[in-house]
Design a protein around this ligand. Structure first.
Ligand SMILES: Nc1ncnc2c1ncn2[C@@H]1O[C@H](COP(=O)(O)OP(=O)(O)OP(=O)(O)O)[C@@H](O)[C@H]1O
Length: 269
């Protein structure tokens, strides 16, 4: 008997995933036969032109959109059985979007604490946890502010805090810092990397930025449109922790150039 065989399921396992919206001549193939697996703590990015199915892929993994064909499993549990979603499979998942999606009438801490409501935790414990996580993402002192009193970057910090408050094992990020200025984006990306690494969170990031994908990821998944499909998975070999200086190195710039070529070629295909 071979005792070296690893029978631990991948943290996220995507097999033959196809998603078609609509029917007949109007049908749109948003994602075609995608295969991907991520081990615990892996950080991958989905990179591709607008409309190539990145958000759709994320939504199927999150249990928000049923696949037309294929399967997604999280920690060995299938997310979908036909069109029926398994709540148990998606319990360890948190998702974050480009817009902060905070409730304007709640304070920052109340917004952050919201996902804890269904856990049965007492209100005082929920608020204590929300304050703790606000401090982790640099919002100490702003817990009682309303979202309208925050800058765009701080609103995204609050949104990140809300995504992290349940201690997710899987984080799905749909261009979370896409609307922010370059400096705020750099700072938040560094903090995101640190938080994900510390808790060994398995992360899938959708981004339009080649440099951001290369900087944050262990692997970059390149997608092409028409029909939307994965064309390559590029390993990013840089050691962690990474600092912004890495982006000035020739090795980093070579990878960015290579990814740009792959994107252009996929686009023209
Ligand atoms: N609910 C829907 N109904 C019909 N078509 C949809 C739906 N959601 C997405 N699509 C189509 O599926 C394709 C992929 O969309 P998706 O939003 O996944 O792309 P994307 O790569 O995330 O784009 P972007 O980078 O612009 O955000 C697009 O052609 C889009 O119009």
């Amino acid at each position: 008997m071979n005792h070296d065989v690893d029978i631990t399921p991948a943290e996220i396992d995507i097999r033959g995933l196809t998603k078609i919206f609509g029917e007949g001549p109007q049908a749109v193939t948003a994602i075609s036969r995608a295969d991907l697996d991520l081990d615990r703590g892996a950080f991958i990015s989905l990179l591709g032109p607008s409309g190539c199915g990145k958000t759709t892929l994320l939504r199927v993994v999150a249990g928000l959109e049923a696949p037309s064909e294929g399967n997604v499993s999280i920690r060995g549990l299938p997310v979908w059985r036909g069109r029926k979603r398994s709540r148990k499979a998606t319990r360890p998942v948190s998702m974050m979007f480009q817009e902060a999606r905070l409730f304007p009438w709640y304070s920052v801490a109340e917004n952050v604490a919201l996902p804890l409501r269904i856990t049965g935790m007492s209100k005082s414990d929920r608020m204590a946890r929300a304050h703790e996580i606000c401090a982790t993402v640099g919002l100490k002192g702003f817990e009682n502010h309303r979202p309208a009193q925050l800058s765009g970057g701080m609103r995204q910090r609050a949104s990140l805090a809300r995504a992290l408050v349940t201690d997710p094992q899987v984080l799905l990020l749909d261009e979370p810092f896409g609307a922010l200025d370059a400096m705020t984006r750099d700072t938040l990306n560094l903090e995101l990397m640190e938080v994900c690494a510390r808790a060994r969170v398995t992360t899938i990031l959708v981004t339009h930025s080649i440099a951001e994908a290369a900087f944050l990821s262990d692997r970059v998944v390149v997608l092409a449109p028409r029909p939307a499909r994965i064309t390559n998975v590029v390993e990013i070999p840089f050691a962690r922790p990474r600092t912004l200086d890495l982006q000035r190195s020739t090795a980093f710039q070579d990878i960015v150039a290579d990814l740009r070529t792959q994107l252009t070629e996929g686009h023209d295909a």
